[in-house]
Design a protein. Structure first.
Length: 416
């Protein structure tokens, strides 16, 4: 009956009494005569701490030996056995009710201690979180300052880039003007040489004729101006030739040193080699246009030829803007090196059309965009692949002779 009533007390509440029982049994066997104790206690003598799994078995052994339990109760001191253990060992009537009350109080105390521990841990976590938040805020402020500083630097670099692009544009325009001057100088040189040859031939023929057969040349003084004129023509031809050579050298001189320039020219192939298309790809198709746009070739676009075909119902200025937007997107997608050429640098909005990812060129006064494209193809190194986008048959013929690939305007529009 006592065991059934005490079954409501959990084994863990009797730990002090059970450990006391092991201690008394171990000391009792050293006496003579030895103190009797349940034999199941002996394997637990050397345990530093009773395992939870052995509490129930040990409790049943002691409750099954009333004599040993009574001896334990007689020697149970408050310093060794808590109040619940003393009540259990004594086994007086109503002990289980008192033990239950004490067990509830003990559990509440343990729970209270657990809550306090959890609160302390939560407080520490909160403090750590606040410190982390402060550090994160400080890092964010520092990062914002760095970003602002970098943004300022980027703005300065962009401003410098815009200035550089303006300078490059002006230089390229001047180079185009010089190139046209070279062409005109060569034309004047050829005309002067032809005039000089004609005058020299006339003079030679006149000298070979007998005096009776040249009544118009009775006075030799009439031939002297021809000789003087020939000398002037020859001098003019020589000066024109020297000017042409100087201008040509200026146009072809890169930023590298003279030795590097000579070496680069020596390493250039004589003829430009067009980019090879994949098997089965037609040169006038959109597939060919995309393949060439993805290559490292320089792409030259006949601006109005493409713009008027792509956006025929818009005003000229809007056609240009639409084409430039589409070509910038192309350069962004494929990394294409694009130069678009329009007629007339004096048109309204020419300088406003400059873009960051593509080069925009307007032909100088008196020069058409077709000639600018032809000159650009000739100017580029022979080892650099060139792609020209146009539907102009004359440009197609000329640039193909220089080894350039040609893409029809509609093929380019298909991939924009």
């Amino acid at each position: 009956m006592d065991e059934q009533q005490g079954a409501g007390i959990e084994h863990r509440h009797l730990r002090s009494a059970l450990e006391f029982a092991i201690l008394m049994a171990a000391e009792g066997q050293k006496r003579k005569p030895a103190l009797p104790f349940p034999k199941d206690l002996k394997p637990l003598f050397n345990k530093a701490r009773l395992p939870n799994s052995a509490l129930g078995r040990l409790r049943r052994c002691i409750e099954g030996d009333p004599v040993f339990r009574t001896r334990l109760s007689a020697g149970a001191l408050p310093e060794l056995v808590d109040e619940i253990g003393q009540l259990w060992l004594a086994g007086d009537e109503g002990w289980e009710l008192q033990a239950s009350v004490l067990a509830s109080v003990a559990d509440a105390a343990v729970e209270d201690v657990g809550l306090k521990t959890q609160l302390k841990r939560a407080e520490k976590r909160r403090e750590a979180a606040e410190q982390a938040a402060v550090r994160a805020h400080a890092e964010l402020v520092l990062r914002d300052e760095v970003v602002q500083m970098q943004s300022s630097e980027i703005d300065e670099l962009r401003a410098e880039l815009v200035k550089s692009e303006e300078i490059v544009f002006e230089i390229r325009t001047e180079l185009l003007d010089v190139r046209m001057d070279v062409r005109h100088a060569r034309d004047r040189e050829a005309a002067a040489e032809a005039k000089w040859v004609t005058a020299n031939d006339q003079l030679t023929a006149a000298r070979r004729q007998p005096a009776l057969q040249q009544p118009a040349l009775q006075q030799p003084v009439l031939l002297e101006p021809v000789l003087d004129n020939s000398a002037e023509v020859a001098a003019a031809a020589s000066a024109a030739r020297a000017l042409a050579e100087q201008l040509e050298a200026l146009l072809l001189a890169p930023t590298a040193t003279e030795g590097e320039t000579s070496q680069a020219r020596d390493n250039q192939p004589i003829n430009r080699t067009p980019v090879t298309l994949p098997g089965g790809v037609i040169g006038s198709s959109s597939e060919a246009a995309e393949h060439l746009a993805r290559s490292d070739a320089q792409m030259l676009v006949d601006g109005y030829n493409v713009a008027k075909l792509g956006w025929p119902n818009r005003l000229l200025e809007r056609q240009r803007a639409a084409l430039l937007d589409a070509l910038e997107n192309l350069a962004r997608r494929f990394g294409t090196d694009v130069t678009v050429v329009f007629d007339g640098a004096s048109i309204v909005g020419a300088y406003a059309d400059r873009r960051r990812l593509i080069r925009v060129v307007y032909s100088p006064e008196g020069v058409i965009a077709d000639d600018v494209i032809r000159n650009e193809v000739k100017r580029l190194p022979k080892n650099r692949a060139v792609v020209v986008v146009t539907n102009d048959a004359e440009i197609v013929r000329d640039v193909r002779a220089d080894g350039a690939n040609v893409v029809p305007s509609n093929a380019l529009l298909a991939i924009l």
